[in-house]
Design a binder for this molecule. Sequence first.
Ligand code: SAM
Length: 246
Amino acid sequence: MPSFTFKPIGHIHSCFKEKFGIPRQPGLVREATAILEMAPEFSTMEAFRGLTEFSHIWLLFVFHGTSGQGWKPTVRPPRLGGNVRVGVFASRSPFRPNAIGQSVLELIEVQSVKGRIQLLLGGIDLLDGTPVLDIKPYLPYVDAISEAENGYAPSRPETRWPVYFTSESEQSCRQAELDLYPGLKALITNLLSLDPRPRYRDDKTPQNYGMRLWDLNIKFRLRDGKIEVTSIRTIPNENCRISNKE
Ligand code: SAM
């Protein structure tokens, strides 16, 4: 059976420098935005003519962060608590025979920045650096099937925990918003409310977690049925966000 070679048409610049904390599906955290920077040979505005008439696009991409880790016929979806196995083809797991992902994302803006086409996307579930294979317009009349059966994923994951900031983290968040990351507090709040902790953890033993966003380390823990953001620190010598402005 012949195999095929595909090359990325562009790459994602996102706040998610590691997998921990990335929403498990697109559209769950609208404030999670990213820039898709097209490769030079595809940076021609002609190729995007008419795309901005669509509010959402399909992105086909490579799960590059785990592509070398192989696959198994069954996986344990977090939605089922992380201990029930289903077939890999009955899941959206990154660990698949061909590490191809697909996400429907909000298309916020298409622009040319220093000769490269950049798409500003909202509601992402993509690791920084994700190679993109294709872009297609989302067509609700074919893609949104209201009577479709949902299997074991009947609805959006319920928002789990209220999120609050200690005064120290509140202050550092405000400063980070002024410096480089407007909207940071809403992003952190909505990401953590989805409870990114591993599904098998227990809710009794208070444990500290760290989530990376751009060059920030966000420390948090579960306490009295709430997620408490305890600190927001800049990680020295880490690259921060790229701007989608000239
Ligand atoms: N919506 C896509 C799909 O259905 O194919 C992705 C679903 S998958 C469950 C989403 C998770 O993939 C994210 O929470 C993150 O942990 C992981 N992920 C995102 N980008 C990745 C990348 N480039 N390499 C490896 N894993 C990635």
